[in-house]
Design a protein around this ligand. Structure first.
Ligand code: SF4
Length: 333
């Protein structure tokens, strides 16, 4: 009897530095839930990091390991889902090359993030093929596994639409090989960093998964609050306060209600409110930190997990590439 295969999902993350709690609630919590119902592949996309950081790759290998440790520490289970480094599976590069033959330049130029990111990272020279072609590399990452779904935020939808268009064009030219991957839209809670802007490494406003309690405490102390609440006796507006937004993600319903009520009635001070947030964050990060330390002390075990993940991923990607070469009539054997 044929057992229907579970929908396959491909998710990746760039190794650009230590992961923070924004990654945890924005992506990783969702990945952990998906592992039980779907056939998940998780990849650390080091070639993608090179598309913007090609001039300064010194930290890349360290960052790859850090991401692997963070993923394992939060609960990504390598027994359930292969966890691997993109550059360990060369089929991604071959598929990128073959797809580049059929993708009109205009499709890549019109991806909205192409111009936006060039503007944002104006200090770097991003007039490179690698940068223009990175949505195509993303497409190859997804299609190499014939993934049915890709978890994306709103801003990534155009990239996935491009992947779907490329899959259609390939199938039209050479015959049906690829499913059209569907977007699995993930709703992410709004999580401001310490300065009130979106939590992001580039703003230097993050609380990292590896932060110890003293560091968490220092960062929460520096967190912006409602600017109108200049004195303890002035009531505040929790709905515009970054500390309260963090309570909404990390604290119990009871603590959230206490903070909101206490803030609006000036029954508590910002220092009390921040002390409660520190407790919630430290409670959430303590088990992660314990697992992180154990994994960091055994780099060989992390390497084995990545090697095993690459092996399992390569089996699937190699089979897809066989289909692709045969469809394109370039397979000699
Ligand atoms: S009491 Fe809490 S929610 Fe209100 S302004 Fe201060 S830190 Fe923000």
């Amino acid at each position: 009897m044929n057992v229907p295969r579970r929908p396959r999902v491909l998710s990746g993350m760039r190794p650009t530095g230590p992961l923070h709690v924004g990654h945890l609630v924005g992506a990783l919590d969702n990945w952990i839930r998906m592992q039980d119902e779907l056939d998940c592949y998780f990849t650390i996309v080091d070639w993608h990091a090179l598309t913007t950081d090609y001039a300064d790759p010194g930290a890349l290998l360290r960052n790859v390991r850090e991401v692997a440790v963070d993923w394992l520490a939060v609960g990504i289970d390598p027994d359930k889902s292969p966890l691997f480094v993109q550059s360990d599976v060369k089929e991604h590069a071959e598929l990128h090359l073959l797809l580049s033959m059929i993708v009109p330049l205009s499709w890549l130029e019109r991806v909205p993030t192409y111009k936006e990111q060039q503007e944002e990272l104006r200090e770097r020279d991003l007039a490179t093929y690698g940068f223009l072609g990175y949505p195509l590399l993303q497409t190859a990452d997804v299609l190499a596994y014939k993934a049915d779904m890709v978890p994306v935020g709103e801003d990534q939808v155009p990239h996935l639409e491009l992947a779907r268009e490329i899959a259609r064009r390939f199938n039209h030219l050479y015959g049906p090989v690829f499913p059209e991957p569907q977007a699995r839209l993930t709703r992410t809670p709004r999580l401001p960093g310490t300065d009130g802007r979106k939590m992001s490494k580039s703003y230097g406003n993050t609380i990292d998964l590896g932060d110890d309690p003293a560091t968490v405490s220092k960062k929460v102390d520096s967190m912006l609050t409602d600017p109108q609440r200049t004195h303890r006796h002035i009531p505040g507006r929790p709905e515009i306060c970054p500390v309260y937004q963090n309570h909404l993600v990390f604290s119990s319903a009871e603590t959230q209600a206490w903070a909101a009520e206490g803030c609006r009635t000036a029954g508590i001070g910002c220092r009390d409110c921040k002390a409660a947030l520190k407790e919630s964050l430290v409670r959430r990060l303590a088990p992660i930190s314990e697992r992180r330390n154990a994994l960091a002390a055994d780099p060989a075990a992390v390497d084995r997990i990545l090697a095993d993940g690459a092996e399992r991923a390569r089996t699937v990607a190699a089979s897809t590439l066989g289909d692709v070469r045969r469809a394109m009539r370039i397979e000699r054997r």
